[in-house]
Write a protein of this length. Sequence first.
Lengths: 512, 334
Amino acid sequence: MGHERTTSERQPKAARVSLTGITKRFGPVSVLEDVDFNLLAGEIHVLAGENGAGKSTLIKILAGVHTDFDGHIEIDGMPVRPRTPLEADALGIAVIHQELSLVGPMTVADNLFLGRMKSAAGMVCRHQQEDEARGWLNRLGVNIDVCRPVEQFPIATRQCIEIAKALSRQAKALVMDEPTSALSEPEVERLFEMIDQVTAQGCGVIYITHKMEEIDRIADRITVLRDGHRVGTAPAEELPKSKLIQWMVGRTVEDQYVRGSSHAGTRRLLLDQVSVHRRGGGRHAVVNNISMEVGRGEVVGLGGLRGSGAGELLLGLFGGVGEVRGRIELDNEPYCASTPRQAIERGIALLTNDRKGTGLVPPMSITANITLASLRQFTRFGWRRKVLERRSAQQAASSLKVQAASLNMPVKALSGGNQQKVAIAKWLQTEPRLLLLDEPTRGVDVAAKQEIYQLIEQWTASGISILLITSEMPELLALSDRIVVLHRGAITAKFSRGEATAQKILSAAMGS
Amino acid sequence: MKQPNSTYSPLAALNTPAGRALIALAIVIVFGVLFNAEGAFFKPGTHRDAFRQASVYGILACGMTLVIITAGIDLAVGSVLALSAVCCAKMAIHWQWSPWLVICATVLVGAGSGWVSGGVTARLGVQPFIATLAMMVFARGLAKYFSGGMKVSTAVQQPDGTYEYVDVPDLFRMIDTRVFGGNVSVVTLIFLGCVAVAYVMLAYHRWGRELYAIGGNEEAARLSGVPVALSKTLAYVASGAFAGIAGICQAAQEQQGDPEAGTGYELIAIAMVVIGGTNLMGGRGGMGLTLLGVMTIGYLEKILSINAVPEAARLMLTGVIIIAAVLTQRRGRT
């Protein structure tokens, strides 16, 4: 399959979509700062950057999800400002997410014409719709029964249907956010052929991926974002791999936290050929044959981009998801947890990466949240010992410097940093020996971040072991004694503290 | 640091769920004072009856509160009440069991029904609405099966086909009476006892805390080691047990077990919980609020009935007031 494009194909063409001076803040945190981006007709424009660089935010602005931003959007030279995803759709922006936006029980044809049905005298012209749907799919080289419900087709086919839908709506820009994560190799080939079809019709494609190999293969131009800024845009052939990674990580090393010396001691956790499968036995293991060790008082950082499987590994260890196979030892005793309760009893704690979704119970009080995982300590025959509970929560809150008017406040009234401290306090109450930290500083202000770093230092000094996931490269480098890098569920590299550099980690995380 | 307009000001205290539930109750009572039906509202008997008539619904509302706090719903309570009433009447009238045995067995029947719908919800993952809807239909069928489709009354059919009237069992007499100089009905005391039990469990027991956690964020609760399936199932078991108690009260007051009893009671119980301010989304609310909700609806019904408002208007008015009360609660939350 030829993807080499001659220069004549890339004559200066009209910009289909251009974004200028885009700035977006969430509260005090600015996620995009004065970003320019333009998409030409018929090009494949890869948007690259680390986790949290601002790629999704930029897409969401274009797709009408975020509407309170500064800057200008033009589509085919016309200034626009999509206020809802529906408006963006009408303007010709088609976004293909990992979670597809098709209506499962409806037929392929109905999905293609959703919201703009062909009708005569109020009646839907089914045959006309089906013929046209078949026509669009045939152009992409897809031959399926358009009268069957969408949910009966595999994900790869559903993606084709999404693309056909975008084409049939005369989309000007097609946004694809990691479209290949659920596809097999031949399916990826088909997808790339289809993308060629799309660009041949003059539609521009914005393609987000964490896979170096894909960037190599399909990119016409590449724009790199880092920490909400645009680092640069360049034609693919002018941006070799090393330079691309340089662009993605190259930040100043000043004002970085540096941890003291390592406290690593004897072995605490051993993973031997551990795999994690989704419950119900999905096709692939999300984590594949991982072998590693964590010592007492050691911080092992798990590096990896989205879809690396690191989060699933932590959840699997905690008994929170799926089925774990392989040999695990905790302090030289065999370990296996099928529920979080069992993991907690064995001294494991999991700080999840989503405080509101999985970490805290927002309407409950600070006290109730702090004692939730260790309620048995605070009850006698099931009756809560309120005084003991309150005192203990007070102690925990003050030692972590939780700032709140009262511990009876619901946690949802707290700031992000204080919420995170409450979540941490909850786990410290269970007296863990192994802490699984998934993005411990996400959405936390700078001061609270420093406090969390110091806590990690204290914990390791007292012998608690830590498995750490963080999408912030400097944090990963600063906190970890050792770094294990995952790509698509498998280990691609292991580094000691001295060897690790941002470039090496990123290139291993992208599977090269 | 006391700030003048923070939690300490009386106005702010009224802007809590409890404060708003109190306002709703106060408004209803003010209406009672204004439309007092020539002084009827001021007679102690009126208040006694308001409470007595709300008690059976109120007992159901206790269990409903526990279930709603877990973000669930129990539509089966009305049917389980009928099933319990039939069983209770059968045991007390036909088989002449001793009162305590009848009470225990009936509560077990209710708890058993709750255990089934709770298990279907918590273990098999069927939505509470569907699981308890199925139990609502099933329990009604079971009640009709046990009673042979007829009321189980003191007219007992003899082997030769004739009917003989037996005495009203002691249990029924005990419950359908008044104490404290005729000023309080026994069913009201039973209702208050149920409120106390549910209150203590929610406020002082680990299980109560777990129910709030499950309703507030089930995934976080699970990842914090809360036995989600067990705690949730127990909420439905408790709701069923309370429906069993309500069934005993109903049977005692009617002196019979009617398989058609309790139709629509689940909706009144839900309305009472919601007017109190317990959120159907789960994780918020409590027994104190439900007590206020029960009193609000109880008084409303009584005031409308002493003023001889026709039933058609009464139903329409009740519907309007439920919406008004819930809208007030919602405004406060945002």
